[in-house]
Ligand binder design. Structure first.
Ligand code: NAI
Length: 327
């Protein structure tokens, strides 16, 4: 049988952690024949809650769960990790300025990036879920690069929830199942400036753009609805999206590790593609094979798309500027 894969999950005592850990342990992320060891990180005051989650994991008697522990020490949590899912982050408090939010998270992700680079496997795959996800991933990556050792291409931010929201909404609009869709894309930041793009999407081979054929609906309904979906969930549930966020994290890592035939949106460090400066963590349509990913190249960017992409890029560059002094 296969050797266990070590998966570190931060913010393990939180909402997303609760929706995520049981699915990883059941084999939904890495396969039904792949044992896993879960390495949970959370703050000191959350250790008791982590122990409760571990009790429940034990009570599931998952055949694939080869081990689980919790700690408040990043070096222990990331030790020999093959995959790190960075969910824990500092939420925006009442009256908190954007700059304060960025610097509070900067303090977390500089430490965690360095710790991953020093402790995890050299080919570790890192997915940042905690917001602001792109910039937190940017910070973790830069901090890890000072240490060296790990692969700088493997520090990602999560845009998969936005991608999945776009799939679901486009499917409903054309009255066809989600499973009929291919080639969706979301560009840029996981924030309301993201650019959700079905120009290249197909449904059973038919152009989704031609099926919808409504530029006003795209601009005035589709884009803002996907972009503001997180706020709509908070409004309805009184809590931010958790099960769908955990599902998106599982989709991202599963496709990265096991590969995919379709395009998937990943927040990856730009290699200069589409004029996005190198190193910015940007949502691009990607393809995954043999444990690595590739940004889809050669897509036509029309004037409308260019304007949207420029806007979300500008926001990411401003965020990068705001954390510069920490790196
Ligand atoms: P939560 O507040 O329920 O849980 C967060 C957990 O992280 C808490 O247990 C907290 O103690 C822990 N934590 C805080 N700082 C930590 C640190 N330095 N090290 C380790 N653990 C730490 O929050 P929830 O709902 O689970 O959300 C987690 C994050 O995911 C938030 O930042 C949220 O904004 C983000 N999110 C991102 C989405 C995306 O699409 N990228 C979608 C939904 C949420």
């Amino acid at each position: 049988s296969k050797a266990p894969v070590r998966v570190a999950v931060t913010g393990a005592a939180g909402q997303i952690g609760y929706a995520l850990l049981f699915r990883i342990a059941s084999g939904e992320m890495l396969g039904k024949d792949q044992p896993v060891i879960l390495q949970l990180l959370d703050l000191p005051q959350a250790q008791k809650a982590c122990q409760g989650v571990i009790m429940e994991l034990d009570d599931c008697a998952f055949p694939l769960l080869a081990g689980v522990f919790a700690t408040d020490n990043p070096d222990v949590a990331f030790k020999d990790a093959d995959i790190c899912m960075l969910v824990g982050a500092r939420p925006r408090g009442p009256g908190m300025e954007r700059a304060e939010l960025l610097s509070a998270n900067g303090a977390i992700f500089t430490v965690q990036g360095k710790s991953i680079a020093e402790n995890a496997k050299e080919d570790v795959k890192v997915l940042v879920v905690g917001n602001p996800a792109n910039t937190n991933a940017y910070i973790a990556r830069k901090s890890a690069m000072k240490v060296g050792r790990t692969n700088p291409a493997n520090y990602h931010g999560m845009l998969r929830l936005d991608h999945n929201r776009a799939l679901s909404m486009a499917a409903a609009k054309i009255g066809r199942p989600v499973s009929s869709l291919r080639k969706m894309a979301v560009w840029g930041n996981h924030s309301p400036t993201m650019y959700t793009d079905y120009r290249n999407a197909t449904s059973n081979g038919d152009s989704v753009k031609a099926l919808i054929n409504d530029a006003a609906w795209n601009n005035d309904v589709f884009l803002p609805t996907v972009a503001k979906r997180g706020a709509a969930i908070i409004e309805a549930r009184g809590l931010s999206s958790a099960a769908s966020a955990a599902n998106a994290a599982i989709c991202h890592v599963r496709d990265w590790v096991l590969g995919t035939e379709d395009w998937v949106t990943m927040g990856v460090p730009s290699d200069g593609s589409y004029g996005v400066p190198e190193g910015i963590i940007f949502g691009f349509p990607c393809e995954c094979k043999n444990g690595s990913y590739k940004i889809i190249q050669g897509l036509e960017i029309d004037a409308y798309s260019q304007e949207k992409i420029a806007k979300t890029l500008k926001e990411l560059q401003e965020e990068a500027d705001a954390v510069k002094s920490m790196l």
